[in-house]
Design a protein around this ligand. Sequence first.
Ligand code: SF4
Ligand code: SF4
Length: 162
Amino acid sequence: MFEKTGVATREMVMTKFPPIERINKGPVAVVECYQKIPCNPCQTACPFGAITIGEDINNIPCRDENVCTGCGVCVSKCPGLSIMIVDGSKSPDTVQFRIPYEFLPLPEAGEKVTGLDRAGQPICEAKVIKVMDPPSFDRTPVVTLEVDRKYLYDFRNFRREA
Ligand code: SF4
Ligand code: SF4
């Protein structure tokens, strides 16, 4: 399935999420890298050593949720746009996501957008909380969005309706 469509199954996705107790404590990285490829900017970018690839650069990265602070440094550094930050500490009803977003024009804080699942299908409404695009992100802006908690494991991207 994944080999044909490139869309991760729920089973695959769940292997990348930390336990809900960790998500509810505060921000943490979800590293959705599923295939062995020669790549390691996530490991080298993390200032806390929370992502390990090891000696073989083809290894799949492993994120330690107990070391990850959710700082978000790794999000814009991944060339595959495979990393997002999830944070369930803000509200019992919603979760916040920080995702890489390379489309223009960028959204604005407060804007309502359409949340998409991993197949690009619309699933919910999402609210833009913040947009970060400093030079250090090297043209990979990072957008923070608030989404209904029931879409925690489904939300992955968004599209503007304007
Ligand atoms: S969010 Fe910060 S601490 Fe966590 S893996 Fe990414 S760079 Fe490391
Ligand atoms: S930088 Fe991104 S694509 Fe490369 S190994 Fe890390 S998570 Fe995977």
